[in-house]
Design a protein around this ligand. Structure first.
Ligand SMILES: Cc1cc2nc3c(=O)[nH]c(=O)nc-3n(C[C@H](O)[C@H](O)[C@H](O)COP(=O)(O)O)c2cc1C
Length: 435
């Protein structure tokens, strides 16, 4: 197992650490704010984050400092920061742990980001189901406000940064940044057409940055320990720092593991997560949340960094690694994910709204052993007509489980269809029962 020091999970691993303000301050918390607020120009903070190579941990992996740099320099009106705590991607549960166990680490990151981009108001958009997390954040904000770390005139520097918690109603699409902004404005959470991008036309049509919880939690450490330190961890130059991978499924020890980017899936699954739960061989794994195409045992030595996973035909996404053992029915697994996407399609774009319904019906039919060989062509045709033809990346996400299982485990689809044909030969009238 590679030796590495946890960064984001370090505090909570200390015995007795509760995540309250005193505990956080005892571990050096809020020193990054003291170091930069009113002393280092905001542009320099942005330059430091750029130099660190930090890339977004929400899914797309966009360089954080570069994103901040897109905000108009000469705009005099309000600007906003939104912390994306929706964490709606199936198989992903890292932001929740950061929120519940070390909320001040995130709050310090939020105030640092507000300072860098010149925002006086920020919102933590948290998924409705995270009731405990929302309460913990409210309490931490109250503590930080009383201590002078949040609000007006922070640490007597004259700088203002307010933080508000906004609870969503539990819709996957509201994790998508522009749907999140719509929801925050009190409207139905539907993605916006881009451009214009949130950097110029975001919350209330003002310049806005949306960053993931884990992205923001890295900021105090980058400021305290320097961009060179951060850039030296992981797989430089393009995948720097650590990442929290959420390992679930058929492993012995599921959970969150913070490791430097660039270790292999083999190390993550067999060493950190203890290997397969029943010592059956591994059959498949999803490397980055339900939206990421499935990978196979042949990909165990792929490195967990943005480029390597993309080169293997998938994506690092949200860091949710779901492991499946030999014996898992891959067509059923793809259907299970498709049911989720069908349920969560927001309905704005026709290819996704209508296509998800047809995909799920076709998949249900195959799994129920009532499929036909032509159904496989229909699936591919539907997927091709959805991917890249929707306002947001949901369309690409929903076709990933079907396209990747068809790529790697097509014989399983064919077997189910052969079984359907055999059943139809025995019972010729069954063909009439197709939906
Ligand atoms: C359908 C969909 C769901 C998403 N859900 C989340 C989410 O739950 N949390 C998150 O941080 N990003 C999510 N994203 C990505 C966000 O749109 C956005 O890229 C991210 O919050 C930016 O933060 P980052 O640059 O720090 O990664 C989602 C994207 C899509 C297309």
């Amino acid at each position: 197992m590679s030796k590495h020091e946890p960064v984001l999970l370090k505090n909570m691993l200390q015995p007795g650490y509760t995540g309250c303000l005193q505990d956080y301050e005892r571990t050096g918390g809020y020193q990054a704010l003291r170091k930069v607020l009113g002393k280092v120009p905001p542009t320099e903070v942005t330059a430091t984050v750029m130099k660190s190579g930090l890339r977004g941990r929400g899914g797309a992996g966009f360089p954080t400092g570069v994103k901040w740099g897109f905000l108009p320099k000469d705009y005099r009106g309000p600007r906003y920061l939104c912390c994306n705590a929706d964490e709606s991607e199936p198989g992903t549960f890292k932001d929740r742990q950061l929120i519940e166990r070390d909320p001040h680490q995130i709050l310090e990151g939020i105030v640092l980001a507000c300072y860098a981009i010149g925002a006086e108001s920020s919102y933590i958009y948290i998924r409705g189901e995270f009731v405990l997390g929302a309460r913990i954040l409210e309490q931490a904000i109250a503590e930080a406000r009383t201590a002078g770390y949040i609000g007006a005139n922070i640490l007597n520097t004259g700088i203002t940064a307010n933080v508000w918690v906004h609870r969503g109603a539990g819709a996957y699409i509201c994790g998508e940044e522009t749907a999140l902004l719509e929801s925050l404005e009190g409207k139905r959470g539907l993605p916006r057409v881009k451009p214009p991008f949130p950097a110029t036309h975001g919350l209330y049509n003002k310049p806005t940055v949306v960053n993931n919880v884990e992205t923001l939690a890295n900021l105090p450490h980058i400021i305290n320990r320097g961009p060179e330190w951060f850039a030296s961890i992981g797989s430089p130059p393009k995948s720097t720092g650590t990442r929290i991978f959420c390992v679930s499924g058929h492993v012995k020890r599921s959970g969150n593991y913070e490791v430097p980017m660039g270790i292999t899936f083999r190390e993550l699954i067999y060493e950190h997560a203890g290997g397969m739960r029943s010592d059956k061989p591994l059959k498949a794994f999803i490397p980055g949340g339900a939206s990421a195409p499935f990978l196979t045992p042949d990909h165990l030595d792929v490195k967990l960094d943005f480029e390597s996973v993309a080169a293997a035909g998938s994506m690092l996404g949200s860091g949710g690694v779901t492991v499946m053992e030999e014996g898992t029915d891959m067509v059923w697994a793809a259907l299970r994910l498709m049911e989720f996407f069908y349920h969560e399609s927001c309905g704005k774009c026709t290819p996704c709204r209508e296509g998800s319904s047809w995909l799920v019906q076709t998949m249900r039919r195959i799994v129920a052993k009532r499929g036909r060989m032509e159904d496989l062509e229909t699936l591919v045709d539907l997927c091709k007509n959805i991917a890249g033809r929707t306002v947001c990346a949901f369309g690409d996400a929903e076709v990933a489980p079907i396209m990747s299982t068809l790529k790697h485990w097509k014989p399983e689809y064919v077997t189910l269809i052969h079984e359907a044909q055999a059943a139809n030969l025995l019972h010729p009238k069954r063909i009439m029962a197709r939906p």
